[in-house]
Design a protein around this ligand. Structure first.
Ligand SMILES: Nc1ncnc2c1ncn2[C@@H]1O[C@H](COP(=O)(O)OP(=O)(O)OP(=O)(O)O)[C@@H](O)[C@H]1O
Ligand SMILES: C[C@@](O)(CCOP(=O)(O)OP(=O)(O)O)CC(=O)O
Length: 432
């Protein structure tokens, strides 16, 4: 390292989106490298509504690697963090900042320590893919700090070693994670299929049922499935490869009926292999807490509501998909369908009377406006959806959903150049 008289801190801040799989990754063929047993496809969600912001800093004064997640210091000792840090350091290049008088050579990076501060603007470890946005952001920001000369595809193979689904957050739009064949995982990377503008009519509504941490992590859940389910092999070898081909075609052609059919079937099959696991995993209907038994039923009701409406329209208006947590993701074919979906959701799941509508529907609130809803009175005045026949009185489940997020397909990672958005103090390298 060049002689420097002044103390210095060099920082980079980045923002990375989360993603939701429409063809699910579930099961590994290598636990350490995180190599999947099947390809998967996801849609990247607009970072304006769900994203991770991460600041990474380097200074000769730092005596160890440290990380703060959502304001609390966490350990970087875990294998996944260590693998990402090692792989990025191995690819670091020379960095020079003439204004600050900083010169770091390729070899210096092996001895310099980093500080990392990260913030998720949505619940962590609640099944909203915080690990995906989080590891993608960590790898992307470290790569920029250390001047790594590799494209986002190569970086995705490093993010994958933090969390499998993270590799898909290196791109916007629709993204495929190619499982690859190589033992070292070098061909197990994310590939962008189409960018976020290709199918920008889609509107995504997430019903957040529980923002508490889930009972069974994806990592241990999928390990148990691979060890004990006999259905998973059929899924990985026979079902998913065919679905991947059809899904890619549906996305290219913006063929919503095929897209919706594949998305719903794949989500349902993912939960079927979870149930085929010993002991069975119930992500949609976790029976370990009384409250969750109730909320789980609400998720089945959301499926029922979407299926009934799609059927009555004669062609799908909305696709549903559920990850490893009790949240529903509803992808509408266009704004009109999203408006009608939101009206149905608010009819069945009105907020408690003391809840502010502004905090009950967050993200792109213009959908709420399109639905003609300005306050709770408008929610209470919503008529029952016409597809509900008079035989069964329409049910309402007040207060059963925590909140709704309205969003859309979004872009990939970006650097934030405005220093005021940094999460670390530029003088000390400690959280602001
Ligand atoms: N911003 C972040 N930066 C780095 N790591 C993060 C970040 N956010 C979350 N993580 C890591 O991801 C873990 C949570 O992952 P987990 O898979 O349990 O939940 P999730 O990603 O929210 O849900 P799912 O993957 O099932 O959708 C955290 O404990 C932490 O280790
Ligand atoms: C259901 C899923 O969301 C599973 C995601 O699993 P993770 O990527 O969180 O698992 P690890 O690789 O062990 O970190 C489906 C998907 O995103 O494809």
């Amino acid at each position: 390292m060049a002689e420097q008289s002044k103390k210095w801190v060099l920082m980079v801040t980045a923002q990375t989106p989360t993603n939701i799989a429409v063809i699910k990754y579930w099961g590994k063929r290598d636990e350490n490298l995180i190599l999947a047993i099947n390809d998967s496809i996801s849609v990247t969600l607009d970072p304006a509504h769900l994203c991770t912001t991460t600041t990474v800093a380097v200074s000769p004064d730092f005596d160890q690697d440290r990380m703060w997640l959502n304001g609390k210091e966490i350990s970087l000792a875990g294998g996944r963090y260590q693998n990402c840090l090692r792989e990025i350091r191995a690819r670091a290049s020379d960095v020079e900042d003439e204004k600050k008088g900083i010169k770091i050579t390729k070899n210096d990076w092996q001895n310099l320590h980093v500080h990392v501060a990260s913030y998720n603007n949505f619940p962590t470890a609640a099944g909203l893919a915080s690990s995906a946005a989080g590891f993608a952001c960590l790898v992307f920001s470290l790569a920029k700090l250390m001047n790594v000369q590799e494209d986002n595809g190569r970086l995705s193979a490093i993010a994958r070693q933090g969390s499998g689904s993270a590799c898909r957050s290196l791109f916007g739009g629709f993204v495929k994670w190619v499982m690859g064949k190589e033992e070292d995982g070098s061909d197990s990377i994310a590939v962008p299929l189409v960018d976020e503008k290709h199918w920008d009519e889609l509107v995504i509504i997430i019903a957040v049922v529980s923002s508490r941490q889930k009972e069974t992590s994806s990592t241990s859940g999928m390990r148990d499935t691979v060890e004990t389910s006999s259905l998973i092999e059929h899924r990985a070898k026979e079902v998913v490869p065919k679905r991947i081909i059809k899904m890619e075609e549906a996305i290219q052609n913006r063929d919503f009926p095929t897209f919706a059919q594949l998305t719903c079937s794949d989500s349902n099959q993912f939960h079927a292999v979870c149930m085929d696991t010993t002991p069975p995993i119930f992500y949609m209907n976790d029976t370990s807490h009384r409250q969750k038994v109730l909320t789980g039923c609400q998720l089945f009701r959301i499926i029922g509501c979407v299926e009934k409406w799609n059927c009555s329209e004669g062609t799908p208006q909305v696709a549903y998909t559920f990850d490893a947590g009790p949240n529903a993701v509803l992808i509408s074919r266009n704004r009109k369908a999203a408006t009608l979906m939101l009206q149905r959701l608010l009819f069945h799941f009105p907020p408690n009377s003391d809840t502010d509508l502004n905090s009950y529907v967050i993200g792109d609130k213009s959908i709420l406006k399109d639905a003609g809803i300005q306050d709770i009175k408008d929610v209470d005045a919503l008529p029952p959806p016409p597809e509900i026949k008079d035989k069964i009185p329409a049910q309402k489940y007040r207060g059963e959903i925590s909140y709704f997020i309205c969003t859309r397909p979004g872009r990939g990672p970006v650097l934030l150049t405005d220093e005021s958005q940094a999460l670390l103090n530029p003088e000390t390298g400690l959280p602001k």
